[in-house]
Design a protein around this ligand. Structure first.
Ligand code: NAI
Length: 291
């Protein structure tokens, strides 16, 4: 069952996917166009696992074994022998299409190419490939080891065998796969748009603050996080790009109009937790008041 998995993009999602599959016994290689991102991801994962050891949830031997299964790949061609390639780079269609075309030239004909895109059309990404039937969406959620859902997205030309394989791999890693068709935002980011965009509208109309809205949605309907906490965790660069993408793919349906509040923050580099400020401010990872 254990396979070789190449992950391209070693940011928040790539490192989480690496940890998940290394913990499930697979050999994992992490690649990034920024070499320092690979080292940071490996270091981050080690520290996370060390916390599990400190809490008695994992033995030191298991930690070393999991860490040993995660390796850096400084060049893309080091992924040539992988059975599954999972892309988690920037949410940009052309960048993903370029990468998939390049990967297809490197890997064997049996290798599966998966994208962790939140909102781009899997079918369009696959259109850059000579074998689009090997391409599918494998949409994880942040933080990957904790968020058990993964959408397995069936592009228009994805082979049934590829979907089945991803479902098996997700289940084997202890995740819950939901097979979805390749529609804008799939299911989670289609249904979730209302949650995010309406919350931003309430804020822009001065009806309530981020704290109030987050608290109401946590304590009322019982969401684990309010929309502004979630925006800051995801990163506004990512979530705003998702909103724009879903809006475009629905032919500018006004129901999905993104918020200028997010656009302004992205322009200012206030992306959320990763930059220390988004809808809230953060110090040493701790959430402070909204600015
Ligand atoms: P991130 O910004 O944390 O990491 C992206 C990494 O990709 C960076 O380290 C960057 O240097 C690297 N990169 C960019 N272009 C590259 C290329 N051409 N080749 C190799 N490396 C490249 O982003 P994050 O949050 O990990 O998101 C990655 C993907 O996952 C996006 O498609 C996003 O929509 C999707 N996603 C993000 C979620 C989130 O909550 N952040 C949730 C689910 C999906």
């Amino acid at each position: 069952m254990n396979i070789r998995i190449g992950i391209i993009g070693s940011g928040a999602m790539g490192r989480g996917i690496a940890q998940l599959f290394a913990s499930a016994g697979h050999q994992v290689w992490l690649h990034d166009s920024r070499p320092e991102a690979i080292d940071q991801a490996l270091q981050f994962n080690r520290e996370l696992l060390e916390r599990s050891v400190a809490k008695g949830r994992m033995t030191a031997e298991t930690l070393e074994a999991v860490v040993a299964r995660m390796q850096p790949a400084h060049r893309l061609d080091e992924l040539a022998g992988c059975d599954l390639l999972i892309e988690a780079i920037v949410e940009d269609l052309e960048a993903k299409q370029r990468l998939f075309a390049e990967l297809e030239r490197l890997v064997s004909v049996e290798a599966i190419l998966a994208t962790n895109t939140s909102s781009l059309s899997v079918t369009r990404i696959a259109s850059a490939c000579a074998h689009p039937e090997r391409v599918a969406g494998f949409h994880f959620f942040n933080p990957v080891p904790l968020m058990k859902l993964v959408e397995v997205v069936r592009g228009e030309r994805t082979a049934a065998m590829v979907v089945d394989r991803l479902v098996q791999l997700a289940e084997h890693a202890g995740h819950f796969p939901a097979v979805t068709p390749d529609t804008p935002g799939f299911i989670v980011n289609h249904a979730g748009r209302a949650y995010g965009t309406e919350a931003q509208r309430i804020l822009s109309e001065g009806i309530a603050t981020p704290e109030q809205i987050d608290r109401i949605l946590r304590d009322g309907p019982g969401f684990r996080m309010g929309p502004f906490e979630l925006f800051d965790l995801t990163g506004l660069d990512i979530s705003h790009a998702v909103m724009e993408s879903v809006h475009d793919q629905f032919y500018q349906d006004p129901r999905y109009t993104p918020s200028y509040l997010a656009a302004q923050r992205v322009a200012a580099g206030l992306l959320g937790r990763k930059t220390g400020q988004g809808y809230y401010r953060y110090e040493s990872g701790q959430q402070l008041r909204s600015p």
